[in-house]
Design a protein around this ligand. Structure first.
Ligand code: ADP
Ligand code: MG
Length: 732
């Protein structure tokens, strides 16, 4: 017996091959298929007479009639297969042409009644319908049972071999059979309050709506539902954590004062405010979960160091995790330097390296001895990449985890760190990516937020310029002048879409391409399973740019490349050389680029700027202007379309990361935002993310329900749906 949880491969029209394709969309069961929502609709709802259709050249129209003639032919140049037909109703007749679909002449026959939807076009011999969507009907005037024409027709995200037509053909009978059986998961009080369509009705109206209003009503129900499930998830996680115990670390005001006095600068008010909030959180025996947000260069590291110091002074250890080895090394240097008078042992472990800073000295150690030191509490602050939470690394008294620019760190990861220990560490997550409020409340909804919204006083605003192709030389001359004064230049080169990845995309769309015409299109080293060939091409493109810059543009300057394929020590050496002034221009791909501090760099030059999001460009720009010299950001663009101009102009005009993130959200949609990718949010929730009112409503609703019934025992359908939903979204 087929039911809602039957796997799709067991469905008669699906089978194993299609099931495999559907899996790409996360569709495994009948219920998943019912919840696979259309992305948009084609409005074929108005059926007109053939006579009227003949007069509506270039319009997309829908007609019904009887086929009076149909045959397969070829186009004039005998190249493409063509199916020609004539269809008649009592007002007249019209010619139909389909290209490259010879099977149509097998499925449609003379005297068949059909409903057609397509564009009216003009041909030498007269008016015709160009490649219309079609379906057979029993008689003219029938419109109850229409699926692909003569109605508002759903259009789904497609993949190779899974077309919207096929999906309609599969989904519609399932709706007839199962829509009624889908349990209502929204609590009755919410259904009543918002007057939502019941799930059974909403499913029908979303897939095969009676009107656009009905489709909107269904959509708002599912947007609400998906965001509501996310809110339930984050609030539940938060509540779970509240029940755990963390080491209370009372702050020692004297030590903190001694620390701030020892800094070569004064903390900004924002830094003080954030540090205070964090230190107060650390005093509690409830685990802290706080997100520290501040633009690049706003000085998050010192704030983190204060938190670390407070925890260490209370006899607990700190794990400080950076996204890359370069950054881990930089943090190790910074932290050991600013804490050198506080009797703190700082350790660093990256892929191969392990180092320890103790009593004013840094020395290399083996990984084994590093781990032993950690385990016996001989290291107070351990800095590293993800390798810090790998097997075999054990902290004896972990009190605080600091995450720099990393995505999610769920309760499970914290559990992994403490394995069976009594206390859960506090968590401080830091990011330079401004997170719009809607996102902060959803994806980061379990974290408290602290904001550094002020830059250190000595900073000058970075001058940002969009460089037109004919101004290139001017920009290069300017760069030469700056370098002559001893300043450093970053050049960011966009991740190149290699031919191999283009080919892959084309294959996914159109099927394998064969024949000699395409051979030149396939790179020599192409291998469909090998990602490394993509990387090779990327490096190759970077090398070409390097050749150009070092031979033609700046033959007298010292230019070095940095890319993701390099080994860590090599990257580190290059960064150091750049910092010391032994390299003038550092050319790198966007992949390598995060958070590195090179105060002498004053120019950020970005090639193909249109390929990056505003937030990302803003991040790049933040690499310069880290001192009191005037810095510049040059945006080179090869695509002068209006939309791109508008985006880049926003960057020239605004220096505010939040504003830019909001603009990204408006221009490119929620998919462009940091955090949404990692979560793999479903479509409806994604769309809902642009709507702050909706997000706030769902959060309030989730709170209310959990307050009434924290285990959701009274809402079994909701509980079950949440369980399924949590399986789908993932935490990274
Ligand atoms: P980010 O927030 O991007 O991580 P960092 O912590 O790396 O920023 O700080 C950037 C630079 O600013 C560092 O060189 C740091 O020493 C310096 N800095 C931090 N706070 C201040 C301040 N209040 N006044 C002046 N310079 C500061
Ligand atoms: Mg930083």
């Amino acid at each position: 017996m087929i039911n809602l949880s039957t796997f799709v491969e067991e469905l008669p029209r699906v089978g194993v091959a299609y099931a495999k394709k559907l899996k790409k969309f996360g569709i495994k069961t009948v219920q998943d298929l019912l919840f696979y929502f259309p992305q948009r609709y084609d409005d074929f709802s108005e059926i007109i007479s053939i006579k009227e259709a003949r007069g509506r050249l270039k319009d997309v129209v829908c007609v019904q009639g009887v086929i009076t003639q149909i045959e397969n032919t070829r186009t004039h140049k005998k190249w493409m297969a063509m199916t020609e037909a004539t269809v008649q109703d009592n007002s007249g007749e019209i010619k139909i042409i389909w290209f490259n679909q010879p099977y149509i002449a097998k499925s449609l026959k003379e005297d068949d009644f059909v409903c057609l939807a397509g564009k009216v076009a003009l041909y030498k011999e007269g008016v015709y319908l160009n490649s219309p969507a079609y379906e057979r009907i029993n008689e003219i005037g029938e419109n109850e049972a229409l699926t692909h024409t003569g109605r508002i027709v759903p259009v789904y995200a497609e993949t190779r071999g899974v077309t919207s037509k096929w999906l309609r053909y599969i989904i519609k009978p399932l709706l007839y059979r199962f829509a009624e059986q889908v349990p209502e998961s929204l609590p009755p009080e919410i259904m009543k309050k918002y007057k939502f369509l019941p799930v059974n009705e909403a499913l029908w109206q979303l897939h095969f709506p009676e009107s656009f209003e009905a489709a909107d009503a269904a959509k708002s129900r599912f947007s609400f539902e998906e965001l509501f499930l996310i809110q339930l998830n984050v609030l539940k996680e938060k509540a779970k954590l509240q029940l755990k115990k963390a080491p209370a670390c009372p702050m020692d005001a004297d030590t903190m004062k001694r620390f701030t006095d020892s800094l070569p600068f004064k903390l900004t008010d924002s830094q003080k405010k954030c540090a205070f909030a964090i230190l107060k959180d650390l005093e509690k025996s409830v685990p802290m979960s706080r997100l520290l947000e501040g633009d690049v260069g706003s000085g998050k590291t010192v704030v983190a160091a204060m938190a670390a110091l407070s925890v260490v002074k209370n006899g607990h250890q700190v794990a400080f995790m950076a996204p890359t080895e370069i950054l881990a090394k930089q943090h190790f240097k910074t932290v050991s330097e600013i804490l050198k008078d506080f009797n703190v042992t700082v350790g660093m472990m990256t892929g191969k390296d392990a180092r320890i800073f103790r009593n004013g000295e840094t020395f290399e150690v083996s990984k084994k001895s590093f781990n032993a030191d950690l385990e016996f509490d001989q290291i107070n602050i351990a800095i590293g990449t993800h390798s810090l939470i790998q097997k075999g690394v054990e902290f004896s008294k972990l009190g605080l985890v600091i995450l720099d620019e990393q995505h999610r760190f769920g309760v499970e990861q914290r559990d992994h760190l403490i394995k069976g220990k009594r206390l859960v560490p506090h968590l401080l997550s830091m990011t330079a990516t401004p997170i719009p409020r809607t996102l902060a409340l959803t994806v980061y909804g379990d974290l408290d937020l602290s904001l550094i919204d002020e830059m250190p006083k000595n900073r000058k605003k970075v001058k940002t310029v969009v460089v037109e192709p004919n101004q290139r030389k001017q920009a290069y001359d300017f760069i030469k002048k700056e370098v002559a004064e001893g300043k450093g230049v970053f050049v960011i080169y966009p991740k190149i879409e290699s031919q191999a990845s283009k080919l892959k995309e084309a294959m996914a769309k159109h099927g394998p391409i064969t024949g000699s015409a395409t051979e030149s299109f396939i790179p020599q080293n192409y291998n469909s399973n090998s990602l490394s060939s993509l990387a090779i091409n990327e490096v190759k493109a970077l090398k070409e740019e390097y050749e150009k810059l070092s031979k033609e543009v700046f033959p007298d300057l010292r230019i070095t490349m940095l890319h993701g394929k390099m080994k860590a020590p090599e990257k580190e050496r290059i960064m150091l050389d750049f910092k010391k002034g032994e390299i003038d221009i550092l050319l790198s791909t966007s992949v390598v680029e995060v958070g590195v501090d090179v105060p002498r760099a004053t120019i950020m030059m970005i090639e193909g700027a249109e390929r990056f999001g505003l937030s990302q460009l803003h991040q790049f720009r933040g690499r310069v202007g880290r001192n009191d010299m005037q810095s510049y950001c040059f945006l080179f663009t090869t695509d002068p379309s209006m939309l791109n101009r508008k985006r880049l102009k926003a960057l020239v005009e605004s220096n505010n990361g939040f504003e830019l993130a909001q603009k990204d959200l408006e221009i490119r949609g929620p998919g462009s935002l940091y955090g949404t990718q990692q979560w793999g949010l479903p479509d409806m929730a994604m769309q809902g993310l642009s709507n702050i009112f909706l997000v706030e409503k769902t959060r309030a609703a989730a709170k209310e329900i959990l307050e009434k019934d924290s285990t959701l025992e009274k809402y079994p359908n909701l509980k079950e749906r949440l369980k399924q939903f949590e399986k789908r979204i993932h935490f990274e």
